[in-house]
Design a protein around this ligand. Structure first.
Ligand SMILES: C[S@@+](CC[C@H](N)C(=O)[O-])C[C@H]1O[C@@H](n2cnc3c(N)ncnc32)[C@H](O)[C@@H]1O
Length: 205
């Protein structure tokens, strides 16, 4: 992929270009991300049980969020990402987890009700509302238990706002609308605030 994709009108082409580009940098922060995610999973454990569960992580990146579930006692964790660079890094960093290349808008290789928990960290704020809707309905289709989203929720630090501006993400609309979007798809929805302007959004299928 060339730099021209950064200026593409197609947001997915732009995102793939950016995440392929930054995958090697992400690889270096994977350890500190994992440490932070382990704490988030501990908070989640106050709400639902992770031990013995099967988990699918969509937009898995370098695999730090997937790994946090494994550390938290999940029986089986798999990840899916549409950036080949990210999938490559995640396979090297976390060989105990199966990572596949795929688009969360169409999880065509995964049957209905396949996992107890289907989750995403810091992926859904990056896509537009219509794409979020498609991804949420795919997540719902392949889950038989819970959808768990870890993402922005409150006021984010300035460097994060700069990065989101560069990425041309939808994070402002995400923060404003996401709870409502979830409530349109799920009867039971709960939000738990975590550190650094983020939160856990929990929905029962
Ligand atoms: C900000 S990164 C977060 C990675 C990881 N979840 C974490 O928290 O460390 C967002 C990831 O979502 C992936 N992504 C974005 N849209 C996607 C889609 N439609 N299908 C699959 N992966 C997607 C990107 O390639 C990127 O790896």
């Amino acid at each position: 992929m060339s730099i021209i994709h950064y200026f593409s009108k197609d947001a997915n082409k732009r995102a793939k270009f950016i995440f392929n580009l930054i995958a090697p940098i992400y690889s270096h922060v994977d350890k500190s991300l994992s440490d932070n995610y382990r704490d988030v999973i501990e908070l989640l454990k106050d709400e639902i049980s992770i031990v013995g569960k099967t988990v699918l992580d969509v937009g898995s990146g370098t695999g730090a969020w997937s790994y946090a579930y494994l550390q938290g006692g999940a029986k089986k964790v798999e990840g899916v990402d549409f950036s080949s660079g990210m999938v490559e890094v995640s396979r090297k960093r976390h060989p105990e987890i199966k990572f596949s290349y795929g688009d969360s808008e169409n999880l065509k290789d995964i049957n209905d009700d396949s996992f107890d928990i289907v989750t995403a960290a810091y992926m859904l704020h990056g896509v537009t509302g219509d794409r979020r809707q498609k991804i949420l309905s795919e997540m719902k289709r392949v889950s038989k238990g819970y959808i768990i989203i870890h993402d922005f929720s409150g006021r984010t630090p300035i460097f994060v706002r700069f990065l989101e501006f560069m990425e041309r993400s939808d994070y402002k609309n995400f923060k404003k609308n996401f709870c409502e979007e979830l409530k349109q798809n799920f009867a039971e929805v709960k939000k738990i605030d975590t550190k650094y302007g983020s939160g856990i959004y929990l929905a029962k299928v």
